[in-house]
Design a protein around this ligand. Structure first.
Ligand code: TYM
Length: 334
């Protein structure tokens, strides 16, 4: 059986990178019928860089609402919040005994987030990929749909699973990343060399799924470009990261190839292209935003969905957790 696990952190509003790089693909995979899908709001991951206890629960509901608004169907998938299934943390501890610190210290996300002063970084930020490995392995997931930036963490998960299987007998499938679509790495609207990120200080750097039509239009109008004319060929896009990013976004949202976008706008002014891109984004994002707002108006319904999902997740996780304990020789698990 093929099984998908994926998740997003409730650290801030979801943005276009989360949507194009992951969420949109999750919905297609759910509807394709080839996979059993488990989609999680990974709230335990959200505390690694300092968080506000007054907003965490609300952000968790918001991310669940975004999943559903984008098309995740709670009746076809297992949709839940990570903290509701304690086995994620139990498995993380067991796996941490077989994860090398050297490998964790080479993780790009850790290096980016810890910055120069890694001595001061929290243990949670450092061990974050072990929790992610536990998330995936706890459900024996075979495939993990993510954006390009998470590929390294899925590779680490494979290594950890391989180590477990070697020491305690073949048990965990080695999960494969599924990096799909035209926009697997959406870049910042202010700097085409940095990825679009929830943690960027400038809100102008990203399109949030909660943005209004006016905000989206303003962000695209002000998005950085360069003084050269609109590119005509793929080669013209080299060394033009901002232009390449906007054109890739257009292609991904409009369901076109980059070449088709180039030929549509070649030689014209960027302003006309930007206007059309803003319209396209609004057309795409506005229905998601309004469904999200409707769902958030009834938070008790979201809580009911998450609670039902947590029961299903718990049932899937329990036998895997028991067998992991048993293989590792724990008391009373034989
Ligand atoms: P997170 O919350 O940062 O991002 C959620 C998803 O969005 C993708 N993504 C992007 N894709 C394209 N362009 C971008 N600029 C961009 N920014 C983010 C991410 O690749 C991800 O798929 N560690 C994960 C959460 C996690 C997880 C897991 C994922 C925890 N456990 C188990 C899969 C399986 C994270 O921080 O994603």
């Amino acid at each position: 059986m093929k099984r998908i696990f994926s998740g997003m952190q409730p650290t801030a509003h979801l943005h276009l990178g989360n949507y194009l790089g992951a969420l949109r693909n999750w919905v297609k995979l759910q509807d394709g019928g080839d996979f059993e899908c488990i989609y999680c709001v990974v709230d335990l991951h959200a505390i690694t860089a300092g968080h506000d206890p007054d907003v965490l629960a609300g952000s968790t509901r918001e991310i669940a609402a975004a999943y559903i608004a984008a098309g995740v169907d709670p009746s076809k998938t297992v949709l839940f919040a990570q903290s509701a299934v304690p086995a994620h943390v139990q498995l993380m501890w067991l796996l941490s005994s077989m994860t090398q610190m050297g490998k964790l210290s080479r993780m790009t996300q850790f290096k980016d987030k810890a910055g120069k002063n890694s001595e001061k970084a929290g243990l949670g930020l450092f061990s974050y990929p072990v929790l992610m490995a536990a998330d995936i392995l706890l459900y024996h997931a075979t495939h993990v749909p993510v954006g390009e930036d998470q590929k390294q963490h899925v590779e680490l998960t494979r290594e950890v699973a391989g180590t477990f299987n070697h020491r305690y007998g073949a048990f965990f499938p080695l999960p494969e990343p599924l990096i799909l679509g035209a926009a697997t790495r959406v870049m910042s609207l202010r700097d085409g060399t940095k990825k679009m990120s929830k943690s960027d200080a400038s809100d102008m750097s990203r399109i949030n799924l909660t943005d209004t039509a006016d905000q989206i239009a303003a962000k695209i109008r002000k998005a950085k470009t360069d003084p050269l004319p609109f590119p005509e060929t793929l080669k013209d896009l080299e060394d033009r990261p901002e232009a390449a990013n906007l054109i890739t976004i257009y292609a991904a949202v409009g369901g076109l190839d980059v070449e088709q976008v180039l030929s549509r706008y070649a030689g014209g002014p960027f302003s006309g292209f930007k206007q059309d891109l803003a319209d396209l984004l609004v057309e795409h994002v506005a229905p998601i935003t309004s469904r999200m707002n409707a769902l958030l108006a009834a938070p008790e319904e979201i809580d009911r969905i998450l609670a039902a999902g947590a029961e299903k997740a718990q049932d899937l996780a329990a036998p895997v957790m028991d067998e992991t304990f048993r293989r590792m020789g724990f008391w009373n698990k034989g």
